[in-house]
Ligand binder design. Structure first.
Ligand code: UT7
Length: 325
């Protein structure tokens, strides 16, 4: 038996933050044995933003959150919870979410971090949705903030050319049940047996480990296309929708070839797929809210549009969220 959720979980504001420093492919070709042509052809990436020392996950997450709150017309004092997805926190604890909460001046409620690598934003969004559906919070900031430049092995050409830094945030607010707006569904998946395909080889719990990102790119690519295709089908089936109902695909931005494959699967024209990987590279948990912030900000995505988000990352983790803006 299914029961009607007591509230709708509406997305009422979005904001992004990118570090000032932009680094071209050519600049990386001076560091490792690579070329602008290889990076463009295999990934679609032309440049990435890299953080200065003060641009930490907490700093960038706070800036993105401020912009999302401003767009929503909501005060920090009204935020019930901050849920922040990151694999590159400022500290093991306190949670980066709490650093953001303090910087914003949000004095009530709770906050915590979510660790789901590049799927982190979808996991944080679904977590917020669950809290809101059961009435534990009415206004929630969901943030993805990452400084992958600090965990890259800058001598490994197979990974260091792929990532960038940044943060994105959305404000969720409980609305009236049956409003037709907000999160229509979210689906989360994890397979720990594939953990060694994409991982960081250490953290503060392992003092003698280096803490660099390691990836079997070819295998992750294969999983990404298969699992994201299945995720898209899962989201549509759960809502009784077809391809033609989707207005926008806002995918995790890892590789233009993966994005194109999912866009083709949905029969979406290229202009209905939001792409930022060319300029942002892969910003992990920040990539979806950054892409959403760009497309809402420039007027492409409007109120009432149906937006499908999907991501796959280390874990492996993957999932989707379908949202009516
Ligand atoms: O966000 C989390 C999820 N992550 C992803 O979804 C990433 C998924 N994987 C990918 O996007 C792609 O697999 C990569 C972009 C990482 C690699 O592209 P690929 O087409 O799968 O290349 P490959 O790994 O099969 O490597 C092809 C060749 C290799 O040389 P050989 O063995 O054929 O001689 C690599 O050594 O390209 C070489 N190569 C490079 N050459 C120049 C690898 N990296 C580079 C590089 N520059 N940066």
């Amino acid at each position: 038996m299914t029961s009607k959720p007591p509230v709708s979980v509406e997305l009422v504001g979005v904001g992004g933050y990118l570090p000032e420093r932009i680094v071209s492919n050519d600049a990386l070709a001076g560091l490792v044995d690579t070329s602008d042509a290889w990076i463009r052809e295999r990934t679609g990436i032309t440049q990435r933003h890299l953080a200065a020392p003060h641009e930490t996950a907490a700093f960038m997450g706070t800036e993105a959150a401020r912009r999302a709150l401003h767009a929503a017309g909501i005060e920090a004092a009204d935020v019930d919870a901050v849920i922040l997805a990151t694999s590159t926190p400022d500290q093991a604890f306190p949670a980066t979410a709490l650093r953001v909460q303090a910087a914003l001046g949000a004095r009530r409620g709770f906050g915590f971090d979510v660790s789901a690598a590049c799927s982190g934003f979808i996991f944080a969004l679904a977590t917020a949705e669950a809290f809101m559906r059961c009435g534990r919070a009415r206004t929630v900031l969901v943030i993805g903030s990452e400084v992958f430049s600090r965990i890259l092995d800058w001598s490994d050409r197979g990974t260091c050319v792929l990532f960038g830094d940044g943060a994105g945030a959305v404000v969720l607010r409980a609305g009236e049940a049956g409003s037709g707006r907000g999160i229509l569904s979210s689906h989360l998946h994890g397979d720990g047996t594939s953990g060694d395909l994409l991982y960081v080889d250490g953290a503060v719990g392992l003092r003698d480990a280096s803490g660099y990102l390691r990836m079997n790119g070819r295998e992750v690519f294969r999983h990404a296309v298969a699992k994201l295709s299945a995720s898209v089908d899962e989201a549509l089936a759960a809502n009784g929708l077809g391809h033609a109902d989707i207005d926008w695909l806002v995918p995790h931005q890892a590789n233009k070839r993966i994005i194109d494959a999912i866009g083709r699967k949905l029969d979406l024209p290229a202009e209905r797929v939001v792409v930022t990987v060319d300029r942002h590279a892969n910003t992990s948990a920040a990539s979806i809210p950054l892409a959403l912030a760009e497309a809402v900000g420039d007027g492409r995505i409007r109120r009432g549009d149906l937006v499908l988000m999907e991501a796959l990352g280390g874990g492996l983790t993957w999932g989707s969220a379908l949202v009516r803006l």
